[in-house]
Design a protein around this ligand. Structure first.
Ligand SMILES: [Zn+2]
Ligand SMILES: [Zn+2]
Length: 229
């Protein structure tokens, strides 16, 4: 299993390319913004992009979808149905977050309409990428349609903005719910087992065990929402 991280956008978002080393098939999890680095990495590593796999619809996770899809027209685009309003509302998202129209171009947040989706994620489906098998788990709370992708053979889970080293996702944005987020993390992420490596949408990697034992939002010593969008 090959995992490459690209830190993109003003929000320091982790865009990742994840590939099966045997078959050279790859997915891009959350292309945060247009970046030639992604296509260059795929090309130089002889990888075929099978899908753009979106954990949720926030702008810092889907902003690069149009550019990547245009460069790889064979790749499918997958998102949970409940995050479609965010995804298709991409051009309006910066305004929802309190930015003003005249600021957007300078910040690189002036988006065109995103491309249409190939289909929606279904909770419980197994998504195959060559020999990799990802369990798709619906984890609402940060957004209504957030999913995480767990690859059990390699004990890895891509959690988007549900869980971070020492923190959890914000739940004060539209459609967010802190109690629902904690329930999602407990039911779908902690239950994977302590040895799973956690790849978050922002910040460094961690493990399920480390977060279960030390994350103040999970041990009960902190009850408010986290900070990342
Ligand atoms: Zn984010
Ligand atoms: Zn987010």
């Amino acid at each position: 299993m090959l995992i490459e991280r690209f830190v993109l956008t003003a929000f320091q978002q982790n865009t990742r390319i994840v590939a099966c080393e045997e078959t050279r098939r790859a997915i891009c999890i959350d292309p945060g913004e247009r970046s030639d680095e992604l296509t260059e990495f795929l090309r130089s590593n002889d990888l075929e992009l099978q899908a753009i796999a979106l954990t949720h619809g926030h702008l810092d996770h889907v902003g690069g979808t149009a550019a990547l899809a245009a460069a790889h027209p064979g790749a499918e685009i997958l998102l949970h149905k409940l995050d479609e309003p965010l995804y298709f509302g991409l051009p309006q998202q910066p305004l929802m977050m309190g930015l003003q129209q005249k600021q957007l171009k300078a910040l690189g947040l002036d988006y065109d309409d995103p491309p249409k989706l190939t289909r929606n994620w279904e909770h419980g489906e197994v998504y195959e990428v060559g020999e990799l098998k990802f369990d798709v788990l619906h984890c609402p709370g940060h957004t209504p349609g957030h999913v995480v992708l767990a690859e059990k053979t390699h004990q890895t889970v891509f959690v988007g903005d549900c869980l971070f080293l020492g923190s959890v996702g914000r739940s004060d944005l539209p459609g967010g719910s802190h109690p629902q987020l904690i329930e999602s993390i407990t039911e779908n992420i902690l239950s994977l087992g302590d040895d799973f490596t956690v790849y978050s949408g922002h910040g460094p990697e961690t493990t399920v065990g480390h977060e279960r034992m030390t994350n103040p939002f999970l041990t009960g010593s902190h009850a408010a929402g986290g900070r990342y969008i």
